[in-house]
Design a protein around this ligand. Sequence first.
Ligand code: SAH
Length: 365
Amino acid sequence: MREEPPARNLAGLGRAELAAELASLGAEPFRVRQLWHWIYHRGACDFAAMTTLAKSFRDMLAGRYRLERPRISRVAAASDGTRKWLLSFEDGEEVETVFIPEEERGTLCVSVQVGCTLHCTFCHTGTQRLVRNLRAAEIVAQVMVARDELGEWPSPREERGLTNLVLMGMGEPLYNYENVASALRIVMDPEGLAISRRKITLSTAGVVPMMRRCGAELGVNLAVSLHAVRDEIRNRLVPLNRKYGIAELLDACRNYPSAKNARRITFEYVMLKGINDGEADAKELVRLIAGIPAKVNLIPFNPWPGAPFECSAESAIRKFSDIVFAAGYAAPVRAPRGRDILAACGQLKSASRRSKAGAWARPAA
Ligand code: SAH
């Protein structure tokens, strides 16, 4: 017996793809908007729930398509309220998605690749080789799963738990630009998930040639993983620096469109004991970013098993922060969140590739 080809999953498609599917069925164009509303505003997982559509049309859709989320294969909850989901895609590859609740906002940290090609020496994800890029639908699905888990459908207009999105999980967003851009267009659509570009931050280790496009086409906030102020040290920490050095990277930041509109660029700076955390480093940082509307996020190094670095002393972090602050930049020290479940910055790594499952639990059935 010949096997039927698997039905296409409509969840995660963009407007044009959805329109093309519906056109192939001979459905009228206004159906696109109706389906969009059900998928991305209401979060429907089932065609039967789409009560504004004629029953015959729902049945036809159900006969040809699926509406599915990736499987949650593990969940973990940290003592500080941070939640982490390990999602498993159709080919069995996995990524982690982390939700970080705070007083005034809730931030979802999504992954864009399985593994990473950058191999930054202080990053746990970097010890895992790149397996593949995520498709746009797989990036969007992380937001949808979080909304499911937080019970936030229909997409709330205000009083949301999930308010902000950061592309700071596994992978380098500007090395998977097309899929990231398609995903963000879906996520930002005001008739659906409706997370505005002002609430979205894309973090890059500095893929300079893609930064301009990202600014012009997406207009999201930019975070740059700087981590060092001298090329020779940054080369060691972020090997990509050998391709695009600090001067070139900061030029691209100066030209990032939002910087011209005084929207601040975030510089991420991981605090590594004895490597990049001296007073001279802080002073050089201030000199380098002069003229860029900026904020410096100091990230205490989050350790992972076998990591070749240590976190800077609290006093060094404070001194560093004071110097940057005195020069007129916000320089908050990022409170490590979810460290007890290895959900903090740089600790993400697919559990299937870890030797031990650690703090993971199986999801409740
Ligand atoms: N590739 C992109 C997106 C990943 S963002 C980028 O590099 O920006 C993940 C952030 O966590 C980056 O700023 C990264 O440098 C930081 N990070 C990685 N490992 C870390 C660790 N062990 N402790 C603290 N921060 C870390």
